[in-house]
Design a protein around this ligand. Structure first.
Ligand code: IPT
Length: 964
C-alpha cells in the first residue's frame, strides 16, 4: 500500500456519502446502445494510469483531481485492470457470504480506495465541433469521476457502462481524468456473485466524439417469419436517419419497417447482414441477424422451432488479469465453446464485456444475458432486509436492468434477459421484469430464484437431480398454474468442480426425451484460479482472507490457463449434435441429425475399422444431407478383416467439411463406435509349480517373499507393495456439499478409515499349481473387512493373479475403488494401452472415452486439477504396457480394467492442497489396476452419484496376466 507524501493540512475530509447511498449515482447520461463500429472519432484511455491506494474512502479530498497535482509519490496500474492483481492489496474469494458485516447499505470504514489519474491530449484530428462523452465499460464497485478538476458524477453497477458528457470541459492538450474507485459501496450488496472480489477499472475507458447529429440511441428490430421466409427490419432511432442494407437492397428511413426475403440468424447458422445507420453526421455499422424469439405451445422457440440449450455458465476470468479480458481471450472462449459443441452461454452473473456479445452474434451462440444483480448473502438471515424486496433499492435495480437492456438490445444472439442470480424474491425484481417487458417485448425473461415464475417465461432451476428433471419433463412437478405452462431449463447443473462432472449423459437423455426440458447450462466454464508463484494457482484462503470458500472458485470445464479439462471433452461428446449409433454386425450405421436448424451439409463423414484397436481400413462415408431432426440408416462397407480373429469395431466420425469461423476443415464434431466381434477368451495361464528356496518362492518368471507372499520381481522388473487398494484421494464431488441430502462420501470414507487400511497376513500357501496368499484388509477401530485372496499361477512365461474379495461385516458406504496397486522403478514412464482413451474416464464420465490404441507418458496421464484429487484413470483397458529400463511390462485384464499410473501415491495426492505440493518420486511409478471405481457425480454442489455408478461392496473376483 502506498500512502501519499503530500497530505497537507489544507485538505478537508471529503463527503463520501454517495458510497453508501442506495441510489445508482448521479451525473451519468441515460443508457444507450453500445456499438463498436462508427465513423465518429474515439480515443482509448486504456493504458498506464497514476495510482494511489488509500485505506478508507475519505482519506483524501478532491485536490488530486485538479490539473497539476503532484503525483510523484504515486504508483502506476494498468487500466483495464484490478489493483489487487497488480501488487496493491489482495483478492478475496467468498461464494455467497458478504466479506463485511451485513448492515445495508453500510460498508466498512476500511474501504480500499484507489485514486486513478490519467493525463491525455486530444489527437490532432479530433473534430473541433460536436460534443464528447467519456465511457466507462466497467468499474468495481463505485467510482467518482472528475475531468480537469470538474466533478462529473459518481456511479455504481460494476459490470455496466456509464457515460458522462464532457464536451465543454475538453482541452486540446493536458486533460486530466481522475477516477476515485471504492472497493465497497451500497452496490456491493447487489453484487454478491460467487467469485473473487476484485476492485478496479477493469473494462475500457473511452472518449467518444459525438458529432452534432449523432446516432444517439437506436434499437434494431429484425424479426423472421419462418412461414414466409421473410425478415422485417425496423430501426428505431432517437435521431432520425437512414438505414441501408446493400445485400438486401434495403434503403429506408429509421422507424419505417421493410420486409424482404432473408436467411434467418440462428446459433447454428449465424447469418449476419451488414448495414449502416446514417444519422446526421454519424455512420454506425450494423450487423443484423433476423430472428424471432417466442414462447409457443409452452416452449422456447426461435423462428418457430423449439431450441435445446447445450450451454455453459461463463464468468469473465483470466488467471492474471481477473475480469479484465482482452479481445483474444474472449474469442478464445467462444472458439473453444463452438469446438466443443456448446451452443448457448449464460453470462453468469452480469453482462459481459460488450465485445463478447459481438462475437456471439458472429460465431453463433444463444445468449442468456444476465443482469449484474445477486444478493445471495441475505440467505443467511432468511432473506430479511433483501434489497430486492425494499423499495428504496428499486431505482438501483431499474438502473441496472436498463443499463443492460439498452446496451445489449441490438444483439441477435441475446434471446433471453435474466434478472440476475440468487437474489431471493421481491417487488424490485417484479418491477425490473415489468420494465424489461415494456421496453423489449421481443425477448423472453429468465430468473431462477422464484419457483413460482411470477416474472419469467421459463421455469428455471439449478442442480435439480436427474429424478426431478424427469418429473419436470413429464409435467408432474406441480407448482403454480403459471409454472405448469412453462418450459424448463437448468440454468446451472453438473457442477464442474475438480474431477467431473459425472452424470452428464444421463441428464442429456432426459433433455432429449422430454420436449419441456430445453436443456441446461453446465456450472461453469472456467476455474478462477489466480496465477501464483507459491501455489501455481491460488484459490480462496490463499490470500489470508478472513472468510473464504476455498477452491469452490475452481469449478470450471477449463483449467485457469484455458486448457480443456476432461469434463469438457465429456460434455462435447454428450451434447454432440449428430448421433452415430447402431449394431456394427448389422452392416449399417444410424445417423441422427440432432441440430435444431442446420442440415448436415457442413459435415463430412468417415468410417474406419479396428481390429484389436488398430485401424486396418478406413474411407469416406456418404451420408445424405439430412435436415434437422431427420435420421437415416447408412450402409457400411463390407468388413475388411475377412474373418481374422480379434476384437473388431467400426468407428464413424463426422467432421467439418470446410473451414468455419471457429475451427478448420476436419475438426471432429461427433463420433460413434459400433462393436462387431468381441475379443478372444484369454488362454489359461497354469502348469508351473511354486518353488521355495532362500527366503523366496519362485513361480514362472516371478519371485515372491516366502514369508509374506509379496511379489518381489517379475522377470527383470522389481515390484513393490502389490496389494489390494480401495482408497482414492477424495474428489471435490466425493467431499460433497453440506446442503445436499446425499451422504458426503469423502468424509465418511475417512471416518471409516479407508485411507488407513491394514493388511493382515493369514497364510502363504505354495500349492501344486498356485501360490495362494490369504489376507484380511480392514481399518483400525471397525469390524468391517475384506477377506482378500491372491492366487498366483504361471505357465512358465506369464504370471496370472486372481484376486478374490469377500466382504465381512456391514458396509454402509460404497468403496472409492477396488483393485490392486503396486510400484515399479521410476524408469517405467511410457504407457501403451488398448482401451478407452485418450483421456481420463470414470463410471459416469466415460462417454468421451474412445476404444482404441493409445500411448502416453505417465506424466501426461495426470489431470492437473487445481486442488489435487483422484484423477487420470483410463477406462475399459484390455491391456496396458509400461516400458522402462528393463523393457516392457504387459498387463492384461480379465475382465477389462481401469488403468492409472502416477509418480506419487494416492495418499500424497490426498495430502496435497495445490499442484505445487506434488513432488514426483524419483524412485517409483505407482500403478493402479482397478476392477471397479466409484462414480463421480456432481455433489460438490449438486446431486451425488446415480445408483448405477456406485461401487457397492459385494464379493468380487478379477484377474490380471503379467508378462515382463
Ligand atoms: C450457485 C450459484 O448460482 C453460482 O453462482 C455458484 O455459486 C454455484 O452455485 C456453485 O458454484 S448457488 C448454490 C448454492 C446452489
Amino acid at each position: 500500500m502506498s500512502f501519499p507524501s503530500n497530505l497537507s493540512s489544507a485538505e478537508e475530509v471529503p463527503d463520501v456519502s454517495y458510497v453508501e447511498d442506495v441510489s445508482p449515482g448521479t451525473g451519468a447520461l441515460p443508457p444507450r446502445a453500445w456499438y463498436a463500429q462508427s465513423d465518429a472519432a474515439r480515443l482509448s484511455l486504456n493504458g498506464r494510469w497514476r495510482f494511489r491506494l488509500s485505506a478508507t474512502a475519505d482519506a483524501h479530498d478532491a485536490s488530486f483531481a485538479a490539473p497539476g497535482h503532484d503525483t510523484s509519490g504515486w504508483d502506476e496500474v494498468t487500466v483495464p485492470g484490478h489493483w489487487v492483481l497488480q501488487g496493491h492489496g489482495t483478492p478475496i474469494y467468498t461464494n455467497h457470504l458478504y466479506p463485511f458485516p451485513v448492515d445495508p447499505p453500510h460498508v466498512p470504514t476500511e474501504n480500499p480506495t484507489g485514486d486513478h489519474l490519467r493525463a491525455f491530449d486530444l489527437p490532432a484530428d479530433w473534430p473541433a465541433d460536436g460534443d464528447a462523452v467519456l465511457r466507462f465499460d466497467g468499474v468495481e464497485s463505485c467510482a467518482k469521476v472528475w475531468l480537469n478538476g470538474e466533478p462529473l458524477g459518481e456511479f455504481k453497477g460494476s459490470r455496466l457502462p456509464h457515460e458522462f458528457a464532457v464536451g465543454p470541459l475538453l482541452k486540446a492538450r493536458g486533460n486530466v481524468l481522475a477516477v476515485r474507485v471504492h472497493q465497497w459501496s451500497s452496490g456491493s450488496y447487489l453484487e454478491d456473485q460467487d467469485q473473487w472480489w476484485l476492485p478496479g477499472i477493469f473494462r475500457d475507458v473511452t472518449l467518444l466524439h459525438r458529432p452534432a447529429e449523432c446516432a444517439a440511441d437506436f434499437f434494431v428490430h429484425a424479426s423472421y417469419d419462418h412461414v414466409t421466409g421473410s425478415g422485417t427490419l425496423r430501426v428505431d432511432a432517437e435521431v432520425p436517419g437512414r438505414v441501408t442494407v446493400p445485400e438486401l437492397g434495403i434503403d429506408t428511413a429509421t422507424g419505417a419497417p421493410v420486409t424482404v426475403p432473408v436467411e434467418p440468424w440462428t446459433a447454428e447458422t449465424p447469418r449476419l447482414y451488414a448495414g449502416v445507420l446514417a444519422s446526421g453526421s454519424e455512420r454506425v455499422e450494423l450487423r443484423i441477424g433476423f430472428r424471432t424469439v417466442a414462447l409457443r405451445d409452452g416452449l422456447i422457440t426461435v423462428n418457430g422451432t423449439p431450441v435445446l440449450f447445450r450451454g455453459v455458465n461463463r464468468h469473465e476470468f483470466h488467471p492474471e488479469t481477473g475480469r479484465a479480458l482482452d479481445a483474444a481471450t474472449m474469442r478464445q472462449d467462444l472458439e473453444l465453446m463452438k469446438r466443443h459443441n456448446i451452443n448457448a452461454v449464460r453470462t453468469s452473473h452480469y453482462p459481459p464485456h460488450p465485445a463478447f456479445l459481438d462475437l456471439c452474434d458472429e460465431l453463433g451462440l444463444w445468449v442468456i444475458d444476465e443482469c449484474d444483480l445477486e444478493t445471495h448473502g441475505f440467505v443467511e438471515q432468511g432473506w430479511r432486509d433483501n434489497p430486492v424486496d425494499d423499495d428504496r433499492w428499486t431505482p438501483a435495480l431499474l438502473d441496472r436492468a436498463a443499463r443492460m437492456v439498452e446496451r445489449d438490445k441490438n444483439h441477435p444472439s441475446v434471446i433471453i434477459w435474466s434478472l440476475g442470480n440468487e437474489a431471493g424474491t421481491g417487488r424490485g425484481l417484479n418491477t425490473m421484469a415489468e420494465w424489461i417487458r415494456g421496453r423489449d417485448p421481443e425477448r423472453l425473461i429468465h430468473y431462477e430464484g422464484d419457483p413460482d415464475c411470477r416474472d419469467t417465461d421459463m421455469y428455471s432451476r439449478m442442480y435439480a437431480s436427474h429424478a426431478e428433471v424427469e418429473e419436470i419433463g413429464r409435467g408432474l412437478d406441480g407448482g403454480t398454474t403459471r409454472r405448469r405452462a412453462l418450459p424448463f431449463i437448468l440454468c446451472e447443473y453438473a457442477h464442474a468442480m475438480g474431477n467431473g462432472p459425472g452424470g452428464l449423459a444421463d441428464y442429456q437423455r432426459l433433455f432429449e426425451a422430454h420436449a419441456r426440458n430445453q436443456g441446461g447450462f453446465v456450472w461453469e466454464w472456467i476455474d478462477h484460479g489466480i496465477r501464483d508463484e507459491r501455489y501455481g494457482y491460488a484459490y480462496g484462503g490463499d490470500f489470508g482472507e478472513e472468510l473464504h470458500d476455498g477452491n469452490f472458485v475452481c469449478d470450471g470445464l477449463l483449467f485457469p490457463d484455458r486448457t480443456p479439462s476432461p469434463g469438457l471433452a465429456e460434455y462435447k461428446k454428450v451434447i454432440e449434435p449428430v448421433r452415430i449409433e447402431g449394431d456394427g454386425a448389422g452392416g449399417t450405421v444410424r445417423i441422427v441429425n440432432g441440430y435444431d436448424f442446420a442440415d448436415l451439409s457442413h459435415l463430412a463423414f468417415t468410417w474406419s475399422y479396428q481390429l484389436d484397436g488398430e485401424t486396418v481400413a478406413h474411407g469416406p462415408l456418404t451420408v445424405p444431407p439430412l435436415a434437422a431432426g431427420e435420421s437415416a440408416e447408412v450402409k457400411l462397407p463390407a468388413p475388411p478383416d475377412a474373418g481374422r480373429p480379434g476384437e473388431s469395431q467400426w468407428t464413424v466420425r463426422a467432421v467439418l467439411a470446410a473451414d468455419t469461423a471457429w475451427a478448420r476443415e476436419g475438426h471432429p464434431v461427433a463420433w460413434g463406435q459400433l462393436p462387431v466381434a468381441p475379443g478372444a477368451v484369454a488362454p489359461a495361464v497354469a502348469g508351473d509349480r511354486p518353488v521355495r528356496g532362500d527366503g523366496r518362492i519362485t513361480l514362472g518368471p516371478a519371485s515372491f517373499d516366502a514369508r509374506t507372499g509379496e511379489l518381489r520381481t517379475l522377470g527383470p522388473v522389481e515390484v513393490t507393495g502389490l496389494r489390494l487398494d480401495v482408497w482414492r484421494a477424495p474428489t471435490d464431488n466425493d467431499n460433497g456439499a453440506p446442503w445436499q441430502p446425499d451422504p458426503r462420501l469423502g468424509p465418511l470414507w475417512r471416518e471409516l478409515g479407508l485411507h488407513r487400511m491394514r493388511h493382515r497376513l493369514d497364510a502363504v500357501e505354495a500349492g501344486d499349481d498356485a501360490l495362494t496368499v490369504r489376507t484380511r484388509v480392514a481399518p483400525a477401530g471397525r469390524d468391517v473387512g475384506l477377506r482378500t485372496v491372491y492366487r498366483w499361477t504361471s505357465d512358465g512365461e506369464r504370471l496370472r493373479l486372481t484376486v478374490s474379495v469377500t466382504p465381512e461385516g456391514r458396509w454402509a458406504v460404497p468403496l472409492p475403488r477396488l483393485g490392486i496397486r503396486f510400484g515399479l522403478p521410476a524408469s517405467y514412464g511410457s504407457v501403451r494401452w488398448f482401451g478407452g482413451g485418450p483421456g481420463e474416464a470414470y463410471p459416469d464420465t466415460r462417454a468421451a472415452s474412445m476404444l482404441g490404441r493409445w500411448t502416453a507418458e505417465v506424466d501426461r496421464l495426470q489431470t492437473p486439477y487445481v486442488r489435487p484429487q483422484e484423477n487420470g484413470a483410463r477406462a475399459d483397458v484390455r491391456w496396458a504396457e509400461l516400458s522402462g529400463a528393463e523393457g516392457a511390462l504387459r498387463m492384461e485384464g480379465d475382465p477389462a480394467f481401469w488403468f492409472t499410473a502416477r509418480r506419487w501415491t494416492s495418499e500424497q495426492l490426498d495430502a496435497a492442497g495445490h499442484l505445487t505440493d506434488l513432488v514426483p518420486s524419483s524412485e517409483t511409478v505407482w500403478v493402479s489396476l482397478d476392477h471397479a471405481q466409484q462414480g463421480i457425480g456432481s455433489q460438490s454442489c449438486g446431486p451425488g452419484v446415480l445408483p448405477g455408478y456406485q461401487l457397492m461392496v459385494a464379493p468380487a473376483e478379477f484377474s490380471f496376466t503379467f508378462t515382463a
